[in-house]
Design a protein around this ligand. Sequence first.
Ligand code: SF4
Length: 431
Amino acid sequence: MTKPLVSLVKFQDPYESVKSAIELCDGLAGLKKDDKILIKPNIVSWDFDLPFPPYGVVTTSVVMYAVVRVLKEAGFDDLTIGEAPLPNIQAKDKSIYEAIGYDQLAERYGVQVVDFNREKFEEVDFGPFKLSLAQRVLEADKIINVPVLKTHNQAKVSLGIKNLKGVLNRKSKMFCHGTGEFDLLQTFPRIIEKLPVALTLIDGVYTLEKGPGPTGKAYRKNLLIASRDAFACDLVGADVLGYKGEDVPYLRDFAERAGYSLDIGDLEIAGEDLESQRQFVDYDWEWTEDDTGPAGFKRRGISGLAIRKYDNSLCTGCSMQYNPMLILLSSAYKGVPFPNVELVSGKQQMAAGGFDHTILFGHCAVALNRGNPRIKQVIAVKGCPPDMKQFAEILREEGIVVDEAEYIKYRHYIFNRYKGKEEFDLDHWTV
Ligand code: SF4
């Protein structure tokens, strides 16, 4: 039996490196000249108001440009780039695609650039559940998937298979963060089953610790990983990040379902030596053992506050607000303990009781805990996801005085930590 072929190529000149990664894995072999080809980057979030470091978060535009150029030169003409970014990242007069240079790809190469959120979705049956996928994606003859080489605080790694969650509508994305048999790790890996993914190219120009968002810490990695076999590509991506396939639940389950091997030795690797590229990148935030909040809060001496750690049922909307929520709460600490407060979030955390105040963070936590007899005094932060201004106001009304300027300072801090460092180059998001 032939082994799945995966290429590992150093990122140097974007065009040459991408071309080489694709050639080494025979990446275009499954495509026909008249195929409708959909290229799927990873643009989970962006921010037009506050500084946003895209390193290890968003697929670089130089890699996207190179993919388009390679395809065009090989005679593939029907190219579309599509993504369904979080709906709230559209600036008034500028789309995210303009901000990252995709309008140039449209102009120079005639590529169609679409926001799935503005188009139709179609319901697809996955057996135990149904999901709504972008019609464009379902109509594509072939998909080229261009995720980022990053970790994920719920799934451990976020690579090609996870990147396809971006083809769902908002409701289905939320559904994917369900509970029990609909847990995130059971739902998103199924999406690929219905899609003609012909090539996965993992953009490892940067990699990200404690991803998937910009609050994680990025490193320059300079690596591209490509394969026509989506599972093999993710297996190698995970290995490069320091995770064996059997330690990544979605890869383990995927392998079991499809009868694939988790042994890297069962793959053929072309290009760079895998072992020399392997470097552990941590995926998760440290929490206290008794689940009372981030370890950093404890180190600062923050007490009287128990924040239950987020779980897989917290979807991307609330996850994006989770960090601002922590920063705001920490801004309220002035050396005096909080007034015995707990905070729960997501679709399965029940208030534990024994607290004087319970913050229910987000619509799901509010709905789940309605009538919970263990709650003494409820602080309901509705919204799906909650709005941070409103969150600050609600807390102030309860006597917890948060300082919104601290969050803005924090955003400048995470952006500035890359500033002036040669290896972090925002030009990678221009075409
Ligand atoms: S409230 Fe949060 S966890 Fe619940 S559906 Fe909305 S975004 Fe997801």
